[in-house]
Design a protein around this ligand. Sequence first.
Ligand SMILES: NC(=O)c1ccc[n+]([C@@H]2O[C@H](COP(=O)([O-])OP(=O)(O)OC[C@H]3O[C@@H](n4cnc5c(N)ncnc54)[C@H](O)[C@@H]3O)[C@@H](O)[C@H]2O)c1
Length: 252
Amino acid sequence: MNPSSYLIAGGSSGLGAACARRLADRGTGCVIADLQPPDDTLRQELGERCHFCATDVTDESTVQAALQTAQDRFGPVRGVVICAGIIRGERILGASGPFDLNLFRRVIEVNLVGTFNVLRLAAQVMRDNAPNADGERGVIITTSSVAAFEGQIGQAAYAASKGGVASLTLPAARELGRFGIRVVSIAPGVFETPMVQQLPEKVRQSLEAQTVFPTRLGRPNEFASLVLHILDNPMLNGDVIRLDGGMRMGAK
Ligand SMILES: NC(=O)c1ccc[n+]([C@@H]2O[C@H](COP(=O)([O-])OP(=O)(O)OC[C@H]3O[C@@H](n4cnc5c(N)ncnc54)[C@H](O)[C@@H]3O)[C@@H](O)[C@H]2O)c1
C-alpha cells in the first residue's frame, strides 16, 4: 500500500492524537485535520511524517484542502480516521428552560454533518486510487459512541449525533463497496482524553464504575490499536464496533 497517506480529522487531541502517534510509528505519512494545531510535544513526537492542516470538518473547502495536502505530500489517501467531535450536555427540560435549539444544531453539525462531510470528500479522492491486490482503494473509520445506544440523561444532542454516525455506517459501506472503499465505525465507551477530563469528577467516577472489565477508563492507545487493525483487516466493513470494556451506560 506504499507510498500512501492517511488523514486524521480531530487528530490534535485525545483519540485522534493516539492514532497519529501509531501511524507515525509505522512511518506512514499522515495529515492531522483539526481546528487546533497539535501541541509542541505531539508535534515533536510525530516529526516530519505528520503535517497539520487547519480544518473545520463542517467546511467543504478546508476538508478538500487537507485531503489534497495529504495526497501531495505523502501519496494517495488510503485511510481516513474521523475523530473530530464535541460533547455538550443539557437537559431537554432544564431549570432554565427547554434545550437550546442552537446548541442541539451545533452538536449535530459538528459530530454528524462534519463526519459525513469528511466521509463523502474522502470517498471522492479514494475512488481515483489504484486498487491494491484485493481491489481495495481506501478505508474510512468514523467515531460513534456507546451513547448512540445508551444515551444518558442530558445527552440528547450528543446521542442523536452519534446515533446518526452509527446508522450511516452500513449504507455508506454498501454504496462505496463497489469502489473498493470500506467504512467502519468505532463506538468507544469512556476513554481518558481531554474531552472526558472536562466532565465533573463525580460523572467520570460513575462512568468508570459502569465498566465491566477492566474497571477503568479506556486508554487512547487502545482505540488506536483497533483503528490500525481495521485499516489492516479487509474483512471488517459496514460495522459499528463497540470498544467499551463491557460497559452499558445507565440513565445517569
Ligand atoms: N473520549 C471518550 O470517552 C469518547 C467516547 C465516545 C466517543 N468519543 C468520540 O471520539 C471523538 C474524539 O474524542 P476525544 O475524546 O479524543 O476528544 P478531544 O476533545 O480530545 O478531541 C477532539 C478533537 O476534535 C477537534 N474538533 C472539534 N471540532 C472540530 C471541527 N469542527 N473541525 C475539526 N476538528 C474539530 C478538537 O479540536 C479536538 O482536537 C469524538 O468524536 C468523541 O465524541 C469519545
